[in-house]
Design a protein around this ligand. Sequence first.
Ligand SMILES: C[S@@+](CC[C@H](N)C(=O)[O-])C[C@H]1O[C@@H](n2cnc3c(N)ncnc32)[C@H](O)[C@@H]1O
Length: 303
Amino acid sequence: MTSTMNQVDALQRARNALYDRFASRISVKESLSRNLVSYQGNKESPGLRWMKYKEGFSADLVQSLLSQHQAKTFLDPFSGTGTAPLTASCMGMDSAGIEIMPVGNLSAWAIVAAANGLNYTNFHHTSQELIASLASKEFETDQLFQHIPITERAFLEQSEQDLAKARKFVDDVCDPSLKTLLTLACVSVLEEVSYTGKDGQFLRWDPRSGRKVSKRWQKAELPTLAQALQRRLGEIMNDMPALQRKYRNAAPAFVDGSSLTELRKLPDESFDAVVTSPPMPIGMTIPEPMPWSWSTSAMMRTA
Ligand SMILES: C[S@@+](CC[C@H](N)C(=O)[O-])C[C@H]1O[C@@H](n2cnc3c(N)ncnc32)[C@H](O)[C@@H]1O
């Protein structure tokens, strides 16, 4: 207990020292509202609303920061679901993002795919086929979700089987843009069809999962995979015209990997501007993907 308190004190002192060092350069900007600096601003934004990613900041914030400078090249070394490089690209910059969590770049690639040349009719038709495939009683056991301890008991048995059918279906899709979007649709509803919920840095569990957890937190009745997918695929289709207007010709380079290694490969002064929000907790970057990323990469190995 005492050693924890000493650590907290030491952290507070380090924080105060850092603040004192930079105090003369810090100013309060009233125009940066909560809506502008947080993921809230992306909740209604075409494409960016598909993946519930609370760590992201809003496209409007990036736009407001970048519009004050004359940058030609842009990097976000912790790019999450790609809001910053996508926004910079729309503003005419050569942009790039580095992200360690596979689901982040998947989300960004899906937006680029929807905005650039994806055939609407083909997407609609294939989406309906995907939903129809879930009604089958057959599924392949080697397509079942590959659990790690943190994901065990997350899904109803029926949802596990439906996920296996969806994976098989997406495996067999040849068009890369279509495959990326369908994979994103499946990955983006995993939390919704599960007994889990992300609350800040915490992963909450509904007691109906069979895990020994508090009974205070419960989700409403879980949707089937078909219901959740139908909604998300509809949302993707609705967003397509707006995305095509906004991100047509957007082509940021999204690098899958760790900034700790990728940044070393870049020559000095490769980028004029950087807007980023480093991972939390402060001082910790992740050399390897985190557990939920492993589980989602198990789901999206076809992407
Ligand atoms: C606060 S979030 C950034 C969100 C992003 N600005 C957005 O708008 O979506 C920090 C991100 O850094 C990623 N990350 C953590 N360690 C990393 C590393 N070593 N290299 C690259 N990305 C890393 C995390 O997976 C997370 O997506």
